[in-house]
Design a protein around this ligand. Structure first.
Ligand SMILES: Nc1ncnc2c1ncn2[C@@H]1O[C@H](COP(=O)(O)OP(=O)(O)OP(=O)(O)O)[C@@H](O)[C@H]1O
Ligand SMILES: [Mg+2]
Length: 448
């Protein structure tokens, strides 16, 4: 950044310098042309007609013409320097014999550049001829370019100094400002480095109300969420481990105590297989739960609500002898994951079977609201859910208070809820009598 600034200022100064130098050359040229024209006008005037000798005409010109500070005139007669203009020139060139000899040969006006002790000089030599006489006298006009350029060069030098000063000031200021801005960010970084996966409790001190404070606050909120997620995950693993340990203990106990009696062995085998099946189901359920908040969990397709409900009842009928009913169904097709919806309804149906007796009523139904949202429900005429259980039954591993261990792991409703939420909907327990679980799906369900 600083380098770029230096480069830009350097380029600016260099360009300015070049432009000024070119302009100084031009103005030296202009001055020279101007002087030459003035002299030509004088030589052509009637006042000049009276001179017989060129040196007289030149003397007259030198007397009547006062050069600028950056100018000088001298005359050459018969190849030698003759007279100089009034005042002292910035540098003497009439004493340069080689130069004078070179100029003395000029029969036509000529121009050129020469170096002097006062810098570069633009010169012009104008030969003077009177009548038909041969040329033997010249007027030499000298324009000291560096003196002409002096004021603008001074300005350029001032520019360079100002640019350098600005650069130094800007560097100092940006150093101070970035230091102040970066200090809180540095603190943020060190805190972030100290936070490890095992200790997510650290937070960043938020001071003030600026952008950095905002960043720190956002960072803290992110940490809150991360900590929640870690705690939830740990709980999940703890619960799962605990729940899986029970059947393992049961299986091991039975196998250890198993005798040689064939009837005893057969009984133990049946029990062990049963426990293993339960474990298998639990692991499957846990996998569904773990997958449910990942992208790609749902495989969306078109689902006809009537077909869905009829199919669920058909599948459920052989499970137990109940008064099965297809309640009102909406003849609508929605975009959803048909298999997951069937899985959801089957969970609710198996709960209903477990909490009802022969000939109790179990009904499954669907309904599309005026705003397009969908309602799917499973209701039974069983005892319903006691008020103290209404909230917690949806949590993982939460069974009803009056439940026996062997009846289920308590994962069914948790799965129902995560499938509903993956669809952007939810599940709720409607008011009794009996139990009525309602699944709500928003209109035009879309994948998360
Ligand atoms: N239809 C119902 N009638 C009365 N209580 C119910 C009904 N459905 C669920 N419950 C209560 O909610 C609790 C949680 O149900 P959930 O389906 O989550 O677990 P589960 O059925 O016990 O076990 P799993 O489904 O894992 O085999 C049940 O233990 C039961 O107490
Ligand atoms: Mg269940």
């Amino acid at each position: 950044m600083f380098g770029v600034l230096t480069l830009a200022l350097g380029a600016l100064v260099f360009l300015t310098w070049q432009v000024l130098a070119a302009r100084a050359d031009d103005s030296a040229d202009e001055e020279l042309t101007h002087e030459a024209n003035k002299f030509r006008a004088f030589a052509a005037s009637p006042a000049a007609a009276s001179f017989q000798r060129p040196e007289d005409l030149l003397d007259r010109w030198l007397q009547s013409n006062l050069p600028d500070d950056s100018e000088a005139l001298f005359t050459i007669v018969n190849g030698n320097p003759y007279h100089r203009s009034q005042g002292s020139p910035p540098a003497r060139l009439d004493t340069d014999t080689a130069f004078v000899r070179h100029l003395a040969g000029a029969k036509e006006p000529a121009y050129g550049w020469i170096d002097s002790t006062a810098g570069r000089v633009r010169y012009g030599v104008l030969p003077v001829r009177i009548g038909a006489q041969p040329v033997r006298a010249q007027l030499v006009v000298l324009e000291f370019r560096d003196l002409i350029a002096q004021p603008s060069m001074d300005a350029a030098r001032a520019l360079v100094i100002i640019a350098a000063l600005t650069l130094v000031l800007a560097a100092g200021a940006s150093w101070l400002v970035t230091g102040r801005v970066l200090a809180p960010i540095r603190q943020l970084r060190t805190t972030a480095e100290r936070i490890s996966e095992t200790d997510l409790r650290r937070r960043i001190d938020v001071v003030g109300n600026d952008d950095v404070a905002h960043l720190a606050r956002t960072f803290n909120t992110m940490l809150d969420r991360l900590e929640d997620a870690f705690v939830a995950q740990r709980e999940f693993v703890d619960n799962a481990g605990h729940e899986l340990r029970t059947p393992i203990t049961v299986i091991r106990g039975h196998l250890e105590l198993m005798g040689d009696d064939p009837r005893d062995r057969a009984e133990t085998k049946a029990l062990v297989l049963d426990e293993l099946a339960r474990m298998n189901r639990m692991v499957d359920d846990l996998l569904v739960l773990a997958k449910s908040d990942r992208p790609g969990f749902l495989e969306l397709g078109e689902v006809n609500l009537t077909e869905l409900v009829v199919e669920v009842v058909a599948k459920a009928r052989p499970l137990a002898e109940r008064a099965w009913r297809v309640a009102a169904t909406a003849d609508a097709t929605i975009v959803a994951d048909g298999q997951r919806l069937t899985q959801t309804l089957m969970q609710l149906v198996s709960n209903a079977v477990r909490h009802t007796k022969t000939d109790d009523r179990i009904e499954v139904g669907s309904y599309v609201d005026a705003d397009g949202s969908v309602l799917l429900w499973v209701a039974d005429s069983g005892p319903g859910v006691p008020p103290e259980d209404r909230e917690r039954i949806f949590e993982r591993f939460a069974r009803g208070t009056a439940q026996r261990r062997t009846e289920g792991a308590g994962l069914g409703l948790a799965i129902v809820r995560s499938i509903a939420r993956a669809h952007g909907g939810d599940v709720r327990l409607a008011a009794g009598p009996g139990a009525r679980f309602e699944l709500t799906l928003p209109r035009g369900v879309e994948a998360e």
